[in-house]
Design a protein around this ligand. Structure first.
Ligand code: SAM
Length: 245
């Protein structure tokens, strides 16, 4: 096992242990994931995802890859855009999340291809996709730079990567946001999902994630160009976009 240190929320753990701990969190939250998303974000995650879909500019016939797609909110929206000529792959490392995503797609009449895979080792050929997205997934990955490189590798030249992730909030909002994330979220997780620890991890992992400009540089280092970002809800979330040359 790789024992280089890394972060799991505010804890320092061995790299080899992080993926196992993250898997534990998502296996535990999968059953309540969609309800908790609505509750915790007061429905705002729907607006953030809607904005992502607008910025993605996916068209009929496009090939789209949803990395760490979980229960499939983005995949479902993209499936409606690409039509019968296009393809949307729903992928995630976690079987419990992916199973819920696949069932939701079928319930909505979309039999999308689904693959369980690690974003750090994508089982797709180079230069294959018009658009790759990762929503609220990157901060859970052990080697973020590797994952960004992989997502860039599978993009066609001119294709774009969109990273939707929690980010650094506008300073005047920080005290209220800290109270909400460190007190209210774990309480809500305990009451509704009987799992305060996973929601404490959520709040901590957000604080450990690279802020807007640092993530922009990481995307450039992965080989993307014209990288820009949009702050949403005062920087609670940022949408980064970059293109493969
Ligand atoms: N994208 C969905 C959404 O926005 O609702 C799900 C986001 S959920 C907060 C984070 C997802 O990242 C989980 O389903 C988890 O299994 C997945 N994940 C974590 N590490 C991963 C990795 N290395 N490769 C692929 N998926 C990963």
């Amino acid at each position: 096992m790789n024992d280089k240190p890394t972060h799991f929320g505010f804890e320092t753990v061995a790299e080899g242990d992080k993926a196992r701990r993250v898997a534990g969190v998502f296996s535990s939250v999968a059953a309540n994931y969609d309800v908790m998303n609505d509750l915790m974000s007061l429905g705002l995650h729907r607006l953030w995802k809607h904005f992502t879909i607008q910025v993605a500019g996916v068209r009929q016939g496009d090939r789209v890859l949803d990395v760490a797609g979980g229960t499939g909110d983005l995949s479902l929206a993209f499936a409606k855009k690409v039509g019968h000529q296009g393809t949307v792959w729903l992928t995630d490392i976690n079987q419990a999340m992916l199973a819920r995503g696949r069932d939701r797609m079928i319930d909505h009449g979309h039999a999308l291809p689904v693959a369980r895979c690690d974003a750090e080792r994508l089982p797709f050929p180079a230069a294959h996709f018009d658009c790759v997205t990762v929503a609220f997934g990157l901060r859970n990955m052990t080697h973020k730079q590797e994952a960004l490189k992989e997502m860039t590798r599978v993009l066609k030249p001119g294709g774009r990567l969109l990273v939707l992730e929690f980010s650094r909030v506008w300073a005047p909002l920080a005290p209220a946001y800290d109270f909400y994330s460190f007190k209210v979220l774990p309480w809500l997780g305990g009451k509704v999902a009987r799992d305060a620890d996973s929601y404490r991890y959520l709040a901590e992992s957000i604080r450990m994630h690279p802020p807007q400009n640092e993530l922009k540089t990481m995307m450039e280092d992965a080989g993307l160009v014209r990288v820009d970002y949009f702050n949403l809800t005062g920087g609670v979330v940022a949408l980064h976009r970059g293109y493969r040359v």
